[in-house]
Design a protein around this ligand. Structure first.
Ligand code: UD1
Ligand code: UDP
Length: 372
């Protein structure tokens, strides 16, 4: 019996984090010949993950350009990935989540009748504008994927309703839990992988750390300004410090620099590599984030998450009590942060270490499903 030829395609930081466990699993499994194609939708923050996980892509389309439109990115990704598929002719294409890279790769595969395995399938906010354009991307991928790897029972149920009884829908857990466990082990073996925050930790000794990340397209503009203003207000308190690795998107950077730059207890820093971000979560008292992946990681570490968005496709964290939607009204965000700083019972209620998103064995299950 020959190898099963898999082409794993991705382009952004969160896809790389959620797919490296799958790539590791496929590469350790003699049933597979796995090759990787990165679109380069992201650059520095993608390369950080590739270096950590020891992945050297077989193809790199270097698509990132400042200020390119979604249609430019989509068109270039679709044709670029199509050429790679024509050269590779894999048995499976694996994509993850809901980015433009994932959608273009799935579509290019579908156009060639190459089966698509969709990792983290079935997340739904029920609002095509939140998150935008991701809700539409993942629904489109689901409409033609051949193997749907659902992270939670809710996601599997949503897919079953949409795709019907005959569809290949499997509950695998979310590979982000595998990734976080892997990086936590690596840090235990090699603590200097995550020692780069020591200077901030020293400077902010005795203060509660608020970790912040933002990048959602639907928050660009007014939403981001509101989030920044809430952080600005809360940072007037002397008992807190903010550590904020700022997304490289210039539309995020300019707002954060203008609203938050130059304050002693607000560290606007470069994006952290994954071990350092895990360390930041570990030392934080609470997290304010519009990131999907961070909502899924923080519960493993017992950190309350406030989500400055109107909706979330990850209600499991809200139901488990580890995350709370706070919208983008600065007064509400500031009030919710203050509550978690001042009310130990409210903080403790959200800080239970329990992860509804997986058990750390998702990648192995996905490998078994691909093997058929
Ligand atoms: C994209 C994904 C989003 C995901 C997010 C994770 C789409 C439509 N959106 O967001 O689902 O949550 O990535 O971060 O696919 N940039 C750099 N260096 C980098 C990365 C980005 O300079 O390493 C700058 C570039 O100017 C780039 C801009 O940031 O054009 C935005 O990057 P982009 O991939 O378009 O991000 P989003 O679409 O916001
Ligand atoms: N992350 C990181 N460094 C940072 C910020 C985030 O390594 O400075 C990781 C984080 O742990 C999570 C992922 O990046 O696994 C989330 O990526 P992002 O927020 O860009 O995208 P989303 O998850 O919203 O699609």
């Amino acid at each position: 019996m020959g190898f099963i030829r898999v082409l794993t395609v991705f382009g952004t930081r969160p896809e790389a984090i959620k797919l490296f466990p799958v790539i590791h699993a496929l590469e350790a499994d003699h049933r597979f010949d796995n090759r990787t194609c990165v679109t380069g939708q992201h650059r520095e923050i993608l390369d950080q993950v590739l270096a950590l996980a020891g992945i050297v892509p077989d193809h790199d389309l270097t698509l990132m350009r400042d200020g390119q439109t979604l249609d430019q990115l989509t068109a270039r990704a679709l044709t670029g990935i199509g050429q790679v598929l024509d050269a590779e002719r894999p048995d499976w294409v694996v994509v993850q989540g809901d980015t433009t890279s994932a959608f273009a790769a799935a579509l290019a595969a579908h156009y060639r009748k190459i089966p698509v395995c969709h990792v983290e399938a079935g997340l739904r906010s029920a609002n095509t504008h939140h998150p935008w354009p991701e809700e539409a991307n993942r629904r489109m991928i689901s409409s033609f994927a051949d193997l749907h790897c659902a992270p939670t029972q809710r996601a599997a149920d949503a897919l079953r309703t949409e795709r019907g009884e005959g569809a290949q829908i499997h509950l695998t857990g979310n590979t982000v839990v595998d990734a976080l466990e892997w990086v936590t082990q690596r840090i235990m073996q090699q603590p200097d992988l995550a020692c780069g925050l020591a200077e901030w930790e020293r400077r902010f000794t005795g203060r509660k750390i608020l970790a912040v990340t933002t990048h959602r397209r639907e928050n660009l503009g007014a939403g981001l300004i509101n989030i920044a203003r809430s952080v600005h207000e809360i940072a007037r308190r002397s008992d807190i410090a903010v550590i904020f690795p700022v997304h490289p998107n210039p539309q995020v950077r300019s707002v954060m620099q203008a609203e938050l730059g130059g304050r002693d207890n607000v560290a606007l820093i470069e994006p952290l590599d994954y071990p350092h971000f895990a360390r930041l979560l570990a030392i934080s008292h609470l997290v304010l984030t519009d990131s999907g992946g961070v909502q899924e990681e923080a519960p493993s570490l017992g950190k309350p998450v406030l989500v400055p968005r109107e909706t979330t496709e990850r209600p499991e964290g809200i139901e488990a009590g580890t995350a709370k939607l706070v919208g983008t009204d600065p007064i509400v965000i500031e009030r919710e942060i203050a509550r978690l700083l001042d009310d130990p019972a409210a903080h403790a209620a959200m800080a239970r270490a329990h992860n509804p998103y997986g058990d750390g064995r998702a990648a192995m299950r996905i490998g078994d499903l691909l093997a058929g």
